[in-house]
Write a protein that binds this ligand. Sequence first.
Ligand code: ZN
Ligand code: ZN
Length: 401
Amino acid sequence: MARLDLEALHRDMTAWRRDLHAHPEFGFEEKRTAAFVAGKLREFGLDVAEGIGGTGVVGTLTRGSGNRAIALRADMDALRIAEQGTQAWRSQTPGTMHACGHDGHTSMLLGAAKLLAGEGDFDGTVRFIFQPAEEWGRGALAMLDDGLLERFPFEEIFGLHNMPGLPVGHFETRSGPVMSAEDNFEIVLKGLGGHAARPHAGQETLVAACALVVNLQTIVSRRLSPADIGVVSVTELITDGTRNALPGMARILGDCRSFRPEVSAAIEKEMRRIGEGTAQAYNVEAEITYTREFVPLINDAALVDEALAAARTVLADDTVRVAADDAVRVAADDAVRVAAEPMTASEDFARFLDHVPGCFVFMGNGDTAPLHNPAYDFNDEGLLHGARFHAAVVRRRLAVG
Ligand SMILES: [Zn+2]
Ligand SMILES: [Zn+2]
């Protein structure tokens, strides 16, 4: 088959990315985005299914006679953050923006679909999965609950996320734990509010809450093994007190991260013990709610090797196309690395890995604002690398012959 003009593909992806950026949609509200994705996939000749798990889209492309199937996944949702950027393609929806680069992820997977549909070069079936609602960790489950694996079976899955601070054209990942579980908690202390001058007459909750915030810090420092990674962060403390009235209610909210279910369970158990014990010591009541929002993301070791090898072929082809502008030549071996440490951020991609092995990689976004920052913008220079990485994974895993 004829080779696609990569410069033209890069221009197409840039236009798609900026269009998506200007029209961000929050999780499960990605109607315009999903229609955009489905329209492009049909244009490239894929079989398309819409409305999977709400607004999810699945494109299927088959070549040759192989019976293996692999999946590539992108996320489509934006965040409720007011954009500060002034670029021509800035968000046209006040209070909502693509601050995590999912506009870029979607465009790169569309680019890979166009590339693979046009060039072939593989034997088997590729599922292009565009999931809703990654940011609040519900979209992958919604698609799985809607029969994703039964209706569009695949044996392994690959995904990527852009990473500000990592140079454009660089790829990084590791085997085993890559991103953490996220648990959320709320502890409500209940007592009896009253006059600020007469604390002994009531059961005020603020001193108890302050003690509890400090006590919770002993979970990681004194209850977890030093060999385990865990984070317990109190992020909010709210009371119903006022300047001259002691609060009868105090709410403590926060967020915990871990990489093993046993650690998550231990954090919850200790939190309940310390929460109830501290409340009792201060003569108030504690109501504790602990929820699990994201599971840890665990990469398959063999597929990490495959993904890194695919990333190296992308760079070996043309030694980082975009870097030529800067007169910087980056050798593929320097640009594709095994990350030393897992990250304590979380990713909904992990839900797919509960069912099939796979690999999630990070791709350089260059020197941009951080993820979830109001000044963030996906770096279009990386679009071609991402699309070609996806295509290279398919050509390795569904190799002809
Ligand atoms: Zn995000
Ligand atoms: Zn993201």
